[in-house]
Design a binder for this molecule. Structure first.
Ligand code: F6R
Length: 599
């Protein structure tokens, strides 16, 4: 993961680097650091923990210079210490890196055998030492950096800064994304365009294997074979104010609350005059779908499997992206593969997409960031239109992924001759019902005070509520650090029921639908063993089965197929309020990062 930035500016760059890193902190916050060239001197400052520690350090130990690089770290090789923090420096070069250098052990042994002494456990330090050795042998900075990059295996986005070179940065990318920003007499490098948004909206995305020689006059780009390459410059629409909390205590709270509005926008985009508006999507002749993603996006795919199969009668395989290509799945030219990703940069999902590319009829991406690698490398990218999601725990992106997948399922049904006009009509109610569900916030905060005391929590659901249970458990564990597991309710008696006692809260998602009675029977099995049940249902469900439950939460009644989108709200609010009650870092939970760009 990690975020990197580089600036050849007109003014002092340290404050700009820190601001850009603030925008990249979603990629990791184990440590942060910057290096600048001031005249000819190369110097750096590094601090562990969040970016604020680096800002504080810079107050006492400022760093001058109009050229600089910066890094925010999600630790892969070596603990979160100052020595392991980037930039890494050797001789006259400083380097920041996002990704993993897979052959770093071999390179490190080679360098150590030649007498190099390492000061960190990172893979990145090998890059600095290799470059320093090339410089010492008389190579130019460009040749030294390029020769180093030639030796690297794995995934990387790199930025190099050199002593005595206040008008030069070298950038290179393989596997990890990297954007070059164009200013007037200024140039920028960033892991994404958002980092550069306040400084420029003119962006060139480096392609796989590209290296760039960046000066204040512009960027000279070379492809992996060393040939000069022309890469298009695009104008990015980025609202620079959009990463504000707007009065909410946390980004996560803001993003949960935004769901009715963003879903309404997505609906307006994809449903017009009561008809589906997906002009590039035609499922005629498609006989199978493969849906691939990670984490929350994978649970969205899991819900979508029920929709595609039940509504369109189209068979669906779902895969966790990190397993997909190593499993060497059987794909066919009559099938489509859909890759779902909020960031569009998740390394496992991107690798899975590349694996499927020549084996299926069409690769479709369902993404939030439309300029991302996954969007750019797919045959068709459908935006989920959630807007920027800052909280590490995905909320509004999840419900928007669900909505777009639901619309795709309806389109598949339509293309297979099935009438879905009733389902399309039901969609109009969704934003209003989500708004009503948000009204449960206070009641959920009360329940959460007690949940915060629990050591373990179980989630149960049947049908499409099973992946919702999985999502509820994931959300809870990632931000409250409480151990949580989810099971298909019918599966509980095959082992996990042994976990039930009077101390384990069991949260049951059970809308009053065709599966309600079955789910409630499983819930009764829990209560018979003194399990503490929180039933989440609609008024009919709570009236019928609420008696004897520890707590109940009543959601508005909704068309059964749309229930997963609505039930996302209590799942998210339970996790949010439990985390608030525990006092954890809701927006930046420990060990996590928003964009997972390493395998
Ligand atoms: C959990 C969460 C993660 C992501 C996963 C995939 O709240 O956010 O599980 O869903 O890392 O990320 P994207 O969607 O960016 O590919």
């Amino acid at each position: 993961m990690c975020g990197i930035v580089g600036i050849l500016g007109k003014n002092e760059v340290a404050p700009q680097l820190v601001e850009a890193l603030r925008r990249l902190e979603y990629r990791g916050y184990d440590s942060a650091g910057i290096a600048t060239v001031n005249g000819s001197a190369l110097d750096r400052r590094r601090a562990t923990g969040k970016l604020v520690n680096l800002s504080d350090l810079l107050v006492h130990e400022p760093l001058a210079g109009k050229a600089g690089i910066g890094h925010t770290r999600w630790a892969t090789h070596g603990a979160a210490t100052v020595a392991n923090a980037h930039p890494h420096r050797a001789g006259g070069v400083a380097v920041v890196h996002n990704g993993i250098i897979e052959n770093f052990r071999e390179l490190r042994e080679e360098l150590e055998a030649a007498g190099v002494v390492f000061e960190s456990q990172t893979d990145t330090e090998t890059v600095a030492h290799l470059t320093a050795r090339h410089l010492a042998s008389g190579m130019t900075p460009k040749d030294a950096a390029f020769a180093t990059v030639d030796r690297l295996e794995g995934a990387f986005a790199l930025a190099f800064l050199f002593e005595h070179e206040p008008d030069l940065m070298i950038a290179a990318r393989k596997g990890s994304p990297l954007a070059i920003g164009h200013g007037d007499g200024e140039m920028f490098i960033g892991s994404d365009a958002i980092a550069l948004a306040p400084m420029t909206d003119r962006i060139t995305y480096l392609e796989e294997g590209d290296r760039a020689v960046v000066t204040r006059a512009g960027a000279e780009i070379h492809d992996a074979a060393g040939r000069r390459a022309n890469r298009a410059m695009t104008q990015i629409q980025i609202d620079a104010t959009r990463i504000e909390k707007s009065g909410y205590r946390h980004f996560m709270a803001k993003e949960i609350a935004e769901q009715p509005a963003v879903l309404a926008d997505a609906l307006a985009h994809y449903v017009r005059d009561g008809k589906l508006h997906l002009p590039d999507v035609d499922f005629t002749g498609v006989d199978r779908l493969t849906l691939v993603a990670c984490g929350t996006a994978h649970y969205a795919c899991h819900v979508a499997k029920y929709w595609f199969e039940q509504i369109a009668r189209l068979p669906v395989d779902i895969d966790i992206a990190s397993e997909f290509r190593y499993r060497d799945p059987v794909l066919s030219k009559d099938s489509w593969a859909l890759f779902v990703s909020q960031s569009g940069e998740t390394a496992d999902t991107l690798a899975a997409l590349r694996h499927a590319q020549d084996q299926v009829a069409r690769v479709v991406a369902v993404v939030n960031v439309t300029t991302s690698s996954i969007a750019r490398e797919s045959d068709l990218a459908l935006p989920i239109l959630a807007g920027v999601e800052v909280g590490v725990a995905s909320t509004k992106a999840f419900s928007c992924q669900l909505l777009v997948l639901y619309l795709l399922a309806l389109k598949a049904a339509q293309d297979r001759g099935i009438d879905v006009s009733a389902q399309i009509a039901d969609l109009g109610m969704l934003p209003g019902l989500m708004n009503q569900a948000l009204g449960m916030g206070k009641a959920i905060a009360k329940v959460a005070e007690e949940l915060a005391e629990a050591q373990d929590i179980l989630f149960l659901g049947r049908g499409a509520m099973f992946p919702m249970a999985l999502e509820g458990a994931l959300k809870l564990k990632e931000i409250s650090y409480i151990h949580a597991e989810a099971y298909a309710s019918g599966e509980l008696k095959h082992g996990p029921i042994a976990l039930i006692d009077a101390h384990v809260p069991v949260i049951v998602f059970a809308p009053h639908d065709a599966l309600f009675d079955k789910t409630i029977s499983n819930m009764q099995e829990v209560m018979a063993r003194h399990g503490k049940v929180l039933l989440i249902s609609d008024s009919e469900g709570v009236a019928e089965a609420g008696q004897g439950c520890w707590k109940t939460l009543t959601l508005p009644t909704i068309a059964p197929q749309l229930a997963p989108i609505l039930y996302a709200i209590p799942a998210q609010l339970l996790a949010y309020h439990t985390a608030v009650a525990k006092g954890t870092d809701v927006d930046q939970p420990r060990n996590l990062a928003k964009s997972v760009t390493v395998e």
